[in-house]
Design a protein around this ligand. Structure first.
Ligand SMILES: C[S@@+](CC[C@H](N)C(=O)[O-])C[C@H]1O[C@@H](n2cnc3c(N)ncnc32)[C@H](O)[C@@H]1O
Length: 242
């Protein structure tokens, strides 16, 4: 666990609350963001224990923002960090937050874990993720708990929403237009990764529709025919080579 196992031995009385298996996922997903100062947002402060953890993890000069609905959490702000008080389900609050602190390279939702809140936050904040940034939602097991708006295969749960992101990311490729129209998120959603209780959505702005590459005898040619035959060329009107 590298950084995190060392950090856990250095904690003070500000309690940190995480599931053990999350640290491996953080290492895997977030290590590449340590090389340069970044902008990071965590929803959910509680006793403030994650603030010094992320401050030590990311490069000096990073902008670290934390959000909680509980006004008492404001006391946990420390040098180089901001704590904003507001509701993660309130799009107006999130718009102001993004205006003030965004765009963000990494967003981590460790807030209420209520599915409707997780979805509302993602919809408001995904546009404010930087190119190549990631949006992480943890404690996704609440998607299986009715008390949090979940339940097995409940369409309203975060996990079912995240599974639908996989379809939406592929909406370039279908010819079933009536039931599966093109979805704008396909233009900047690069991948959705599912871990035990954690989802990661990665942004990669695609200036052009997906392209097939052919290489033979040292010659490389590109083609969008596979999409053109399905009528999806027009999704980037004027930029699709037509
Ligand atoms: C799991 S704790 C955060 C733990 C912290 N990230 C850590 O690692 O130690 C969840 C926090 O989310 C906050 N919260 C609950 N509902 C919220 C909402 N609607 N908007 C923002 N924060 C909320 C709670 O007040 C609580 O402090």
């Amino acid at each position: 666990m590298g950084y995190f196992s060392d950090y856990l031995k250095r904690t003070d009385d500000r309690m940190l609350s995480k599931w053990v298996h999350y640290f491996e996922v953080y290492e895997r997903e977030m290590t590449r963001f340590r090389q340069r100062p970044i902008s990071f947002l965590e929803i959910g402060v509680f006793k403030g224990g994650s603030i010094p953890m992320w401050k030590g993890f990311f490069a000096e000069g990073s902008r670290l923002t934390f959000v909680d609905i509980d006004p008492d959490c404001a006391q946990h702000a420390e040098e180089g960090t901001s704590v904003e008080i507001g509701n993660q389900a309130d799009p107006d609050f999130l718009a102001q937050l993004a205006e003030k602190h965004g765009p963000f390279d990494v967003i981590l939702d460790d807030g209420s874990h209520v599915c409707a809140h997780q979805i509302a936050s993602f919809e408001a904040l995904w546009p404010h993720i930087s190119d190549r940034g990631i949006y992480v939602v943890e404690d996704c097991h609440t998607s299986y708990w009715p008390g949090f708006g979940g339940g097995y295969r409940n369409e309203a749960s975060w996990i079912e929403y995240a599974k639908r992101l996989v379809d939406r990311m592929h909406s370039w490729y279908t010819d079933q237009d009536a039931m599966f129209p093109f979805d704008e998120i396909a233009k900047d959603l690069q991948g959705v990764r599912f871990y035990d209780s954690i989802t990661v959505a990665e942004k990669h702005q695609k200036p052009e529709p997906p392209t097939t590459l052919y290489a033979q005898n040292g010659k490389v040619t590109l083609s969008r025919r596979a999409l053109a035959v399905r009528g999806r060329k027009s999704a980037f009107a004027g930029k699709d080579g037509t």
